[in-house]
Design a protein. Structure first.
Length: 124
């Protein structure tokens, strides 16, 4: 499982969902849809209509992968922090029942408010 306490794992930027779809589609349930994808140097996260899927690319070749599924139904609360003038990173904190806090840090031009609305539409 991914170490969500290690914030360096999740300095994420926007990524094309279509490029990641072939890898994560086999994991999806019937009727589950991909909404957004964000990628770090190797690892990435995908927001679907039911959950967040965090993919930890492992090993030298990157062929080994750990898929962590975090269902929205287990989110107890969440918060977003927008980017500022000097701090250009946006942050998303989610508290999951049984897991605790998961923090994702986003670099670049990420519409963190739209991501918040996406999560809220499934959590609230």
């Amino acid at each position: 499982m991914i170490d969500f306490n290690n914030s360096s794992v999740f300095k994420l930027g926007p990524h094309d969902v279509a490029q990641i779809a072939p890898e994560v589609t086999p994991l999806l349930l019937q009727g589950e849809e991909l909404h957004a994808a964000f990628k770090g140097s190797r690892d990435y996260v995908v927001f679907t209509s039911k959950r967040l899927i965090a993919v930890n690319v492992q090993g030298i070749t990157g062929k080994k992968r750990d898929y962590t599924s975090l269902p929205y139904s287990k989110i107890q609360s969440f918060s977003v922090e927008t980017a500022g003038t000097f701090d250009l990173d946006a942050e998303l904190d989610m508290w999951f029942s049984g897991l605790g806090k998961v923090r994702l840090e986003f670099k670049g031009q990420v519409d963190i408010r739209a991501l918040s609305q996406l999560i809220a539409s499934y959590v609230l």
